[in-house]
Write a protein that binds this ligand. Structure first.
Ligand code: HEM
Length: 351
């Protein structure tokens, strides 16, 4: 396995992935299937590059088994599988809650970073970016902003393997919305049916996600989020997701190595959280920034500006005072974020 040259490997993986969607008349040779299966088990090659085992099994046995392959609606996520996947994600959140990788916050970030590459000024899919599952490819996972997200992907991969008709794009958004709810946040009015990109070449270029410390934070947030078609209210509401999680200097360069809130974990100790109870979704992010309550709590330049810019401040003050208002606006903004750039086929699946 290790003797395969990088070029051969890339060609093999690329051609295999091209065959994935809608491969009604496609036949991978048995040899190719065997090679792919051996690549899959290799610790040197990320399985996220590979066609799903079930797909390979289907092809190698000459049986085109599931409707996602043969029907024109080949990309649709099956509603029953989506529901079961949601239950599995809930289970994952419970069982892995004290796991070194704190699943829920990672999942929220994974969904956001898949969707947040959207550029409303580009019409073509998938060049416009957005919620299309491109973040499963190593080339995009290696973007600086995505440091650490490979762990979230590894946790979701078994669920993806189990529910082969659920697309990555749907699974990322399902996982994020489920994690928000399970952490005590609002139910997000989600729809499903997102089509996946199929090859790494369809990933967006690096640099579409926001920086935490730009020279003019308000202008930068507006540049990036307006490009996604989001407005001031949505910028402030979505920033409230930082009520969950931590920043780690070894990943993003931001935050303290550890604080009194993170030194004992749960999970791998360390990092700096925005809130004291950083596994609970509530409006404490806004309250804590407003009061600058504690030096152990993180305030990025892009967080601070929410109480400095007059328009942002209007919403930030409101959310600090009224958790219900925050939950309502957050749920709407998160649903909108989760649909950015997505191509739905069929147009809408509700679960
Ligand atoms: C407004 C612009 C934003 C900036 C500049 C920003 C920046 C960052 C940075 C620097 C980190 C720390 C990463 C690390 O060190 O591991 C982080 C973490 C996080 N971000 Fe954001 N973010 C933004 C918006 C959002 C949005 C819109 C969401 C979700 C809707 C979100 C969800 C999260 C979560 C959940 C974490 C914690 C991850 C963990 O604990 O592993 N962020 N963000």
């Amino acid at each position: 396995m290790a003797s395969l040259s990088a070029v051969t490997t890339t060609r093999l993986l690329t051609s295999a992935n091209r065959l994935l969607p809608c491969a009604t008349s496609t036949r991978l040779s048995r040899r190719t299937v065997l090679s792919l299966n051996s690549l899959r088990s290799s610790p040197f090659i990320s399985h996220t590059f590979l066609p799903q085992k079930s797909y390979l099994r289907t092809i190698s046995s000459g049986r085109i088994g599931y409707s996602t392959v043969s029907s024109p609606k080949c990309f649709a996520s099956d509603p029953e599988q989506l529901k079961s996947a949601r239950e599995d994600i809930k289970e994952l959140l419970k069982t892995k809650f004290s796991h070194p990788i704190l699943v829920n916050v990672l999942l929220v970030r994974l969904g956001w970073h898949d969707a947040g590459t959207y550029n409303k000024n580009i019409e073509e899919w998938p060049q416009r970016g957005g919620a299309n599952g491109s973040l499963r490819f190593e080339i995009e996972l290696k973007h600086g902003a995505n440091a650490g997200l490979v762990n979230a992907l590894k946790l979701l991969q078994p669920i993806k393997d189990k529910y082969s008709s659920v697309t990555y794009a749907d699974l990322f958004q399902l996982a994020s919305a489920t994690a928000i709810k399970e952490a005590g946040g609002p139910k997000i009015p989600m729809k499903y049916g997102r089509v996946d990109v199929s090859v790494p070449e369809q990933c967006p270029e690096e640099g579409r996600l926001p920086d935490a410390g730009p020279p003019s934070p308000a202008a930068h947030l507006r540049d990036v989020f307006y490009r996604m078609g989001l407005n001031d209210k949505e910028i402030v509401a979505l920033s409230g997701a930082h009520t969950l999680g931590r920043s780690r200097p070894d990943r993003s360069g931001w935050g303290k190595p550890e604080t009194k809130y993170t030194k004992d974990g749960p999970g791998a100790p360390g990092g700096q959280s925005w809130t004291a109870q950083w596994l609970k979704f509530d409006n404490s992010y806004f309250k804590d920034i407003k009061e600058r309550r504690d030096e152990d709590l993180l305030v990025l330049p892009t967080d601070a500006v929410l109480f400095e810019d007059p328009k942002f401040k209007e919403y930030a003050e409101k959310y600090a005072d009224d958790q219900d208002a925050f939950f309502k606006d957050y749920a709407e903004a998160h649903a909108k974020l989760s649909n950015l750039g997505a191509k739905f086929n069929p147009p809408e699946v509700l679960i």
